[in-house]
Design a binder for this molecule. Structure first.
Ligand code: NAP
Length: 364
């Protein structure tokens, strides 16, 4: 039996729930070869899943849309051979599953009830631990969606609910609606968060702290950019990488988890950031990817970082961020400064006006 990297002592609470999860969550978006950016066939995916659990991981994130069901099917086939109660399984609903059927997507009661049953069949389980909306739906009244999610918890189909890809006002509105109507509360928010995407710090961290929810950062390596595999002066991303694939696909792919080569390569600041990450990695005996993931793990309100990988080697590298070392306060500041972005005007104003005022801890 291989040595566990993540022991139960390193597990964190899953947002505002009493469930303990590994601080590294295994994202299943790369499982299945039919989706975007599907990479791993079933055998390769199962090897990654086996190794993840061996190294101490217990938290897996998928979605009905990944490979239009392929990812959930692969996870389900694996899950059916596991002790189900030891795994914390997350999935999502929202994206359209059938081209000719508008009710196979969106967040209507009809769509959610159908989707969850389909997901349960593919996942070969009778409950999902964390069921999340994949993105805001302008076409469905919020009340309809939130009451349906609450019903799913009450029916035992899902244990907890959460969401992804909502703006900060939408997020607060959801929290308030659930609270004031006595519905089951959301426990987590999945949002893109990395050294190249700092918006959650102004948009969501405070809401999560004040309301008691956990952040689950997705695309923590910005689709591979923050792994250090692309070097200054490179004319293209490494062959076979997601970034190279995405660049080659041009306008056919606009997914944020599939960043292209040219825009970043032409942007000076990314190289300064990658230089700093490399230096800090060397000082700690860690890889660039591990520095990127560790930085997130030391950010406020983060429950678990959702990694994506194509190989067992990438998985092992990424899980090495989870325990046994920390970035110093100075190293965190260096990374914060090297990745800093211009704050929103209103955030800058609030900070300036409050600069001399002691900040009250709302969580007390
Ligand atoms: N809620 C949402 O809307 C949403 C959106 C996107 C993702 N997610 C979730 O977040 C998970 C992770 O997202 P992501 O796959 O975009 O994460 P990511 O960490 O930004 O990118 C993962 C990719 O980076 C490369 N990579 C990973 N580890 C590496 C390492 N140690 N060394 C070198 N290269 C490495 C691999 O691609 P190459 O080898 O091809 O370079 C891998 O497929 C998904 O599986 C999904 O569960 C959620």
């Amino acid at each position: 039996m291989a040595k566990r990297l993540l022991t139960p002592e390193t597990y964190r609470y899953l947002g505002g729930s009493g469930v303990k999860v590994s601080n590294i969550c295994l994202g299943a978006m790369t499982f299945g070869q039919t989706g975007l950016p599907g990479n791993c066939d079933e055998a390769a995916s199962h090897k990654i899943l086996d190794r993840f659990v061996e190294l101490g991981g217990n938290f897996i994130d998928t979605a009905n849309i990944y490979g239009r069901g392929a990812s959930e099917t692969i996870v389900g086939n694996w899950l059916s051979r596991q002790e189900r109660h030891k795994i914390v399984l997350a999935s999502k609903v929202r994206m359209q599953m059938e081209d000719d059927n508008p009710n196979s997507g969106g967040l209507s009661r009809k769509s959610i009830m159908w989707s969850v049953e389909e997901s349960l069949k593919r996942l070969k389980t009778d409950y999902i631990d964390l069921f999340q909306i994949h993105c805001w739906d302008w076409g469905t009244p919020l009340e309809e969606t939130l009451r349906t999610l609450d019903d799913l918890v009450r029916a035992g189909k899902v244990r907890y609910i959460g969401g992804s890809n909502v703006s900060s006002w939408q997020f607060q509105k959801i929290i308030d609606y659930n609270k004031f109507h006595g519905l089951n509360k959301w426990i987590t928010l999945q949002t893109q968060y990395s050294l190249l995407v700092r918006d959650p710090e102004t948009e969501f961290t405070d809401v999560c702290k004040i309301e008691g929810l956990g952040l689950l950062p997705w695309s923590p390596l910005k689709g591979g950019w923050l792994s250090g595999k692309i070097k200054k002066g490179d004319k293209a991303a490494p062959e076979g990488s997601r970034v190279a694939w995405s660049e080659a696909m041009g306008d056919k792919v606009r997914l944020q988890s599939c960043p292209k080569f040219t825009p970043y390569a032409n942007e000076g600041s990314i190289w300064d950031l990658l230089d700093k990450m490399t230096e800090i990695g060397k000082a700690n005996g860690k890889s660039v990817a591990q520095v990127a993931l560790r930085w997130l793990l030391q950010k406020e309100a983060v429950s678990s970082v959702i990694i994506g990988c194509k190989t067992v080697q990438q998985l092992e590298d990424n899980m090495g961020a989870g325990a046994g070392w920390e970035l110093s306060t100075e190293q965190m500041s260096t990374l914060d400064n090297a990745s800093a972005v211009e704050p929103l005007q209103v955030a800058a104003m609030i900070d300036r006006v409050n600069a001399t005022r002691h900040r009250k801890d709302w969580t007390q």
